[in-house]
Design a protein around this ligand. Structure first.
Ligand SMILES: Cc1cc2nc3c(=O)[nH]c(=O)nc-3n(C[C@H](O)[C@H](O)[C@H](O)COP(=O)(O)OP(=O)(O)OC[C@H]3O[C@@H](n4cnc5c(N)ncnc54)[C@H](O)[C@@H]3O)c2cc1C
Length: 437
């Protein structure tokens, strides 16, 4: 047997289409798949993401065991744990998928400083950041030209899952702690959250391709229909490969509209790779007065602004750890453009609850909506009343998430302030800001 090699897993918790794992398996030696639980990161992570992560690691471990290998788990700083495991096994090389965040860049730097050979691979996007670039500059700042280049870029082949792996003898695989026990983390554990792991993710993908995709173009904005794929958390943790999803969907009816959304995901990744401070600083600084309004912010977070479409979205987030894209835009615009509260406050709340929350998509989209990011129309308005009438015309979505409004039929659920001779609906607040007409 040859020298063992390490594969450091991060946001790629799968066996299918895994370039780093495939590269490691090309050598003659045993392959040690490793995940490092970093206490400092886990303490700050949303409870929903901790729970998904725990499930995804358990699922990956059983898939690896079924193939003769195992998932090795360690707790501590990634570079120190990688180095310790390399010393224990005699490994000199570590393979990993390239990340785009500031944290991923620091991690890679720290790994290189250990003296090990560090080999990075694609795998977290369809087209890797830098895979397409404009004539001037290192990344695209506007989506439409990016999309045109992205569409015509050559994609690599989808790789099969390995059939067999060997682990060095006598290696302690390490314990997987219960990450969903609720003792650590931020936000609330959502009762209807998505469950994690590549097995469930692959079932969701199959069912989406068979039953949902064909109608995506017509129905992706239908709020009550919830007619989107719901695969964002699976993509976030890499239980699904974005390239495999895009390749499977591309030539099916509805595929091109769907694949365009995956290009948005890649777009925000290449922006973040070029501007890793996306979660801290304005991408396009604007002369803007933000307001400090703790009461309005609390009402927004709890879904009691008195604007039903906003409250429905915010309560969906608390109940599911997920929110429909349309209400993500409406609620984010209400906070930043109507209440004039800084995007960082809103993004922090989303980050504490979204199972799919990640640096590139979350902050890229928050800045896009707030007008400090990549939107070419930074003053774009999202009038809540008009959005509600258009995307939830019968009030079904609002009644589903705001039970106080269950007694209001049809579109009346969107204007509770007009009920009871202008007294509103008992138990539901009056709007804290103009909901528009
Ligand atoms: C304020 C705000 C915050 C957001 N935060 C996140 C986040 O933290 N994580 C996240 O994955 N998405 C985020 N999005 C983008 C989008 O809302 C979600 O990806 C989508 O709602 C997930 O549902 P789905 O999987 O059913 O999407 P589908 O409509 O089925 O789309 C398929 C996939 O394409 C990708 N995608 C779709 N729309 C976008 C988009 N605008 N930007 C980037 N990728 C997209 C996602 O990976 C998604 O799973 C945010 C959007 C807004 C406006």
């Amino acid at each position: 047997m040859g020298t063992p090699v390490l594969v450091l897993l991060t946001q790629d918790l799968r066996l299918h289409d895994h370039p780093a794992l495939t590269a490691a398996l090309r050598g003659p030696g045993p392959v040690v798949p490793l995940f490092v639980l970093e206490p400092a990161l886990l303490r700050r992570a949303a409870r929903n993401r901790r729970a998904y992560l725990g499930e995804a690691l358990a699922d990956l471990r059983s898939a690896l065991r079924a193939r003769g290998g195992d998932l090795v788990l360690r707790r501590g700083d990634t570079d120190a744990e990688v180095l310790a495991l390399a010393r224990e096994t005699g490994a000199r090389t570590v393979h990993l998928s390239s990340g785009v965040s500031w944290f991923a860049a620091r991690r890679e730097e720290a790994l290189r400083a250990t003296g090990l050979e560090v080999r990075t691979h694609p795998g977290l996007t369809v087209v890797p950041p830098g895979g397409v670039t404009p004539a001037s500059g290192d990344h695209y700042k506007v989506f439409t030209p990016y999309w045109r280049s992205w569409e015509s870029a050559a994609w690599r082949e989808v790789l099969p899952a390995p059939e067999h792996l060997d682990l060095p003898d006598g290696l302690d695989p390490g314990e997987l702690p219960d990450l969903a026990d609720g003792t650590e983390g931020v936000g609330v554990l959502a009762p209807d959250r998505v469950r994690g792991g590549q097995a469930l993710a692959r079932e969701r993908l199959r069912s989406w391709l068979d039953l949902g995709l064909a109608d995506y173009g017509d129905r992706h904005d239908d709020l009550p229909g919830a007619a989107t794929s719901g695969l964002s958390a699976d993509l976030r943790f890499g239980c699904l490969s974005p390239l495999e999803v895009a390749t499977a969907a591309r030539d099916l009816p509805g595929g091109s509209e769907y694949v365009r959304q995956l290009a948005w995901r890649d777009f925000h990744h290449q922006v973040t790779a070029a501007f890793p401070a996306i979660n801290i600083r304005d991408y396009r600084p604007r002369d803007r007065e933000w307001r400090t309004d703790p009461e309005a912010l609390a009402a927004w977070k709890e879904g009691r602004t008195g604007v039903p479409i906003v409250d429905a979205g915010m309560r969906q987030l608390l109940r599911e750890g997920f929110m429909h894209n349309r209400t993500r835009m409406i609620t984010a615009a209400f906070l930043t453009k109507t209440l004039l509260v800084h995007w960082r406050e809103g993004a922090a709340h989303f980050d504490a609850h979204l199972t799919d929350g990640d640096v590139a998509n979350e902050y890229g989209n928050w800045q896009w909506t707030a007008g400090t990011g990549n939107d070419t129309r930074p003053n774009r308005a999202f009038n809540p009343s008009r959005q509600a009438k258009r995307f939830d015309p019968d009030g079904v979505y609002v009644r589903r998430h705001v039970p106080e409004l269950a007694g209001l039929a049809g579109a009346l659920a969107h204007t509770p302030w007009l009920e009871g001779f202008g007294e509103g609906v008992e138990g539901y607040p009056k709007p804290i800001a103009d909901p528009g007409k």
